[in-house]
Design a binder for this molecule. Structure first.
Ligand code: Q46
Ligand code: ZN
Length: 312
C-alpha cells in the first residue's frame, strides 16, 4: 500500500479514509485533524492557557504532544486514583512525558489528598467503580482548571470513545447526556470551558501516533474496566465498522452536524438550578453538598472543612 499523500510506502492504513500514510504524512495528518477540530469548534484562542487531563495512556499523551506541536501553552494534570498495580505505573508515563518535553505536570492523589481511593469510594457511596472514578475525576479536573486560572480544560476523548458514549446515550435517548457530548462545553456557572480536540482521530490512530513519535504510554487497561458498558458499545460499533468502514465516523459527525444543536437546550436545562456546594463551592443541584463531597465524606467517614487542593 502507498501513502495517499506522497506515494511512498505506507506504514499505517486508516480504513475509514480508505487510505494509507507513510510515517511523516501520518503525523501531519494527525496534526491537521486536531488543528481543524480546534479551529472549527473555536476550542482554544491564541494565548489561552490549557490544562490537559493526563491519564498516562495513549490518548491523553498524544493530545498533550499534539497541542504542544501546534504551539499551545499546555500543562498536564494527572490524578492518582489509588488503583493497585495500575495508577503508579500510569503516573510514571505521565511524569516521563513531562520531563522529556520540559512541561509542567500537576499531580493530585486521591488517597493522599482526599483520603480514599476509587475502590473504597465506590463501595462507601454504593456506586460502580467507574462511576465513583468519573465523578472524582470530573470534580478534580474542573476545580484544578478553575483554581489554576486556566482558560480551557482539554480531554483526550477520541472518536471511538465519543461514538461509543453516543450509542449508549441514543439507546436511552438521554438528551442531557447527549448535549454534554458536544466537543466544546462553554465555561461559566462554576465550570471551566471543556474541549475534546481528538474527536476526529480513532484510538488506532492515537496509538500509532504515540509509537511513531516514540511516546511511551500505559498499554495496560485499567483493571476496573471489566464490565464497563462502554466497552460493550465499542465492541458493537467495531463489529459494524468491520463490515462498513466509516460508519463510526459518520455516526458521530452526523450527530455534530444534525443533532448537537437540537440537544443543546437539554444541556442548558441541566445547568439550571445549580448553586455552590456548601463545602467546596462547586456547582451542584443537590441541596447542601455536591456528589463528590458526599462521596468523600462517606468514604472517609469524616467531615472535612474544605477539601485540599491547589494548582500552579
Ligand atoms: S480509570 Fe476509572 Fe476508567 Fe478505571 S475505574 Fe473505570 S473510569 S476504567 S477511564
Ligand atoms: Zn462539594
Amino acid at each position: 500500500m502507498k501513502c495517499r499523500v506522497c506515494r511512498g510506502p505506507a506504514v499505517i492504513e486508516v480504513r475509514r479514509h480508505n487510505a494509507g500514510f507513510c510515517q511523516g504524512c501520518f503525523l501531519v495528518h494527525c496534526r491537521n485533524q486536531v488543528e481543524r477540530t480546534v479551529k472549527e469548534h473555536e476550542m482554544i484562542a491564541p494565548g489561552d492557557r490549557v490544562l490537559v487531563a493526563v491519564s498516562g495512556g495513549k490518548d491523553s499523551l498524544a493530545l498533550w504532544h499534539l497541542l504542544l506541536k501546534l504551539g499551545y501553552d499546555v500543562n498536564g494534570l494527572y490524578i492518582g486514583l489509588g488503583i493497585t498495580g495500575y495508577s503508579e505505573p500510569s503516573a510514571v508515563f505521565a511524569r516521563r512525558f513531562a520531563s522529556d518535553h520540559a512541561v509542567n505536570l500537576v499531580e493530585v492523589n486521591l488517597p493522599d489528598d482526599f483520603g480514599f481511593d476509587v475502590r473504597s469510594g465506590a463501595a462507601a457511596d454504593h456506586r460502580a467503580p467507574c462511576s465513583a472514578c468519573g465523578l472524582s475525576k470530573r470534580h478534580i479536573f474542573d476545580r484544578a482548571a478553575l483554581e489554576g486560572n486556566y482558560d480551557v480544560l482539554a480531554t483526550g476523548h477520541n472518536l471511538d470513545d465519543e461514538a461509543a458514549v453516543l450509542l449508549g446515550n441514543v439507546l436511552r435517548w438521554d438528551l442531557a447526556y447527549m448535549a454534554r457530548q458536544r466537543p466544546v462545553l462553554p465555561g461559566g456557572d462554576g465550570f471551566p470551558r471543556k474541549v475534546k480536540p481528538l474527536v476526529r482521530l480513532g484510538e488506532r490512530e492515537t496509538a500509532a501516533y504515540c509509537v511513531l513519535e516514540r511516546i511511551e504510554y500505559q498499554v495496560e487497561e485499567c483493571p476496573m474496566a471489566t464490565g464497563n458498558r462502554h466497552l460493550g458499545y465499542k465492541d458493537a460499533l467495531n463489529a459494524i465498522e468491520e463490515r462498513s468502514p466509516g460508519t463510526k465516523a459518520a455516526f458521530y459527525s452526523g450527530f455534530l452536524d444534525r443533532a448537537a444543536t437540537l440537544v443543546s437546550e437539554a444541556g442548558e436545562q441541566s445547568r439550571e438550578g445549580l448553586h455552590p456546594c456548601e463545602k467546596c463551592g462547586a456547582p451542584t443541584t443537590a441541596t447542601q453538598i455536591c456528589a463528590f463531597c458526599r462521596l468523600a465524606e462517606r468514604a472517609t467517614g469524616q467531615r472535612r472543612k474544605r477539601l485540599p487542593m491547589s494548582t500552579p
